[in-house]
Every structure is written in structure tokens, then in C-alpha cells.
Unconditional design. Structure first.
Length: 271
């Protein structure tokens, strides 16, 4: 039986994500990609990012004024209800800037420190993913109705398709490229999607065998991590740890441990 609170939180997260996604999709200037090498488009993207977060946090404050909030664009309130929202209003900023479709709105709700709700909507892909802790992971898209998600059966590691991401800091990105170079001969291939939230949902949907990245923040991870786990994937950080800024890994059982072990051996979590 679903907790009525969780149902209410899910409904609110889905409404907020849909409204923010529509704002970002419809408010993006058509010529944004043309001027992508200039400084002004970055300002436009930042304005859209902030506007989307304000929309989400305003809706939450109106409906649940006692909840806490942690947002990428600076929203931070403690709250007194035991519920905290963790929000990334625009995950995949560079993709959004250039007109690539892989960007998303990510909203999670924590109860007493544990993530219980996750919603990720990718408007340009026409897909929304959601999960309630203990209730499985689901998605809507080009198919009819909701589809229950399940990660792929684990292939041998050398047949695993794995995604990753790269940091904005040059030294960190260079180290990440060196780790990827060592991994590539041991895998089927590596992808770089540009949105951690979407990558985690693609693991849940069976479109990837695994995903890893260093340097993520709580808002990058919270919703997608729950969705991946509810679809049967394993998630973690360094061996024995939870996902963190040091390292986040998500993969089908059978791929997770060997991938995590290689990342540890290759020092993926530090320079």
C-alpha cells in the first residue's frame, strides 16, 4: 500500500517538473545555439535555469510551506516537516545551450534523510521517469500509458555499454579522460550523454548497462539514483560507500561490482 504522503509528494513533483520542463522548452530562444560561442547566451541559460527553479520552489512553498528545499541555483531552506526537496531545474545545461535534446528537470523528495520520490522529465525526448521508494520505477513516453522500468540483464563486462560525464574543471576533465581511455578497451563502448539525471534513467530503462561520474552534486543524483535502484540497478560510490561527489556508479547487477572495482583501481575518484 502506497503511503498517502508519498502519493502527494509524487503528484507535486510531477506537476512541478512538467511545468518547469514546459517553461524551459517553450522559453528557449530559437537562435540560442547560433550564438553559442558568445557570452550572452550563457546569461540567457542562467536566467532560464533560475526561472525554472523559482517556479518549482514557488509551487512547493505554496503547497507544502513547512518542507525544506535544496536547489542547484541556490534555494536552501531547512523546513520543519521532515521532508526536503532536492532540485536540479536544468540538468544538461550545455546540451540545452546547443539545442541538443538530452537535458532534464530533476526533482527528488527526501523523508527523514532518505530519498522517497524521484521524478526526471526530459521534455525534448518526450519522456518522464518516476519512482516511489519500494514501488518500482516507471516512465511515460512515445508508448501508450506508463511503462515499468527494468535494468538490462548483465552482460559480460567486455560487452557492457557504459556512460560517463566530464567535469567543467580542465584538470579534473583531463584525469577523467585518462580513466575513460583505460576503460574503453575493457567495455563494449563508452557514451557521454551530458545529463547525469538522464543517464541514470537510461540505466533504469535498460538503454545503458552502467554509468559512472565524479564531481556530481546531490541535486544531480537524488532523483535518478532512486529511479535506477527501483528499476533493479545497483548504485554506490567508492566500494562500500553511497554515491557522492567523489564517485557515483549505477549499473545492472553483475556489471556494477567489476565496473566499480576498475574505477577504484584506476583512481577515478581523485586526480
Amino acid at each position: 500500500m502506497t503511503d498517502p504522503l508519498h502519493t502527494d509528494l509524487l503528484d507535486l513533483a510531477q506537476e512541478a517538473a512538467a511545468r518547469a520542463g514546459a517553461l524551459l522548452r517553450d522559453g528557449r530562444p530559437a537562435d540560442l545555439a547560433v550564438a553559442a560561442t558568445k557570452s550572452s547566451p550563457i546569461d540567457v541559460v542562467t536566467e532560464m535555469d533560475i526561472a525554472a527553479e523559482k517556479l518549482i520552489t514557488g509551487l512547493i512553498a505554496e503547497r507544502r510551506p513547512d518542507d525544506g528545499i535544496l536547489g542547484e541555483e541556490g534555494a536552501a531552506t531547512e523546513g520543519t516537516s521532515g521532508v526536503r526537496w532536492v532540485i536540479d531545474p536544468l540538468d544538461g545545461t550545455v546540451n540545452y545551450l546547443y539545442g541538443l535534446p538530452t537535458w532534464a528537470v530533476s526533482i527528488a523528495a527526501e523523508q527523514d534523510g532518505e530519498t522517497v520520490i524521484g521524478v526526471v522529465t526530459a521534455p525534448m525526448r518526450g519522456e518522464t521517469f518516476h519512482a516511489v521508494r519500494g514501488g518500482g520505477a516507471w516512465a511515460t513516453g512515445a508508448w501508450d500509458g506508463e511503462r515499468r522500468l527494468a535494468c538490462r540483464p548483465a552482460p559480460p563486462l567486455d560487452q557492457a555499454l557504459v556512460s560517463t560525464g566530464f567535469n567543467y574543471v580542465t584538470d579534473v576533465r583531463t584525469h577523467q579522460a585518462e580513466v575513460a581511455q583505460r576503460l574503453i578497451p575493457l567495455l563494449r563502448d563508452i557514451r557521454r550523454g551530458g545529463s547525469a539525471a538522464v543517464d541514470l534513467c537510461d540505466v533504469a530503462a535498460g538503454r545503458l548497462d552502467g554509468y559512472y561520474e565524479r564531481g556530481l552534486h546531490p541535486w544531480d543524483l537524488a532523483a535518478g539514483d532512486l529511479i535506477a535502484r527501483e528499476a533493479g540497478a545497483l548504485t554506490g560510490g567508492r566500494p562500500g560507500e553511497r554515491p557522492s561527489g567523489d564517485l557515483a556508479v549505477a549499473a545492472s547487477p553483475g556489471v556494477f561490482e567489476p565496473l566499480q572495482r576498475l574505477l577504484e583501481d584506476f583512481g577515478a575518484w581523485h586526480d
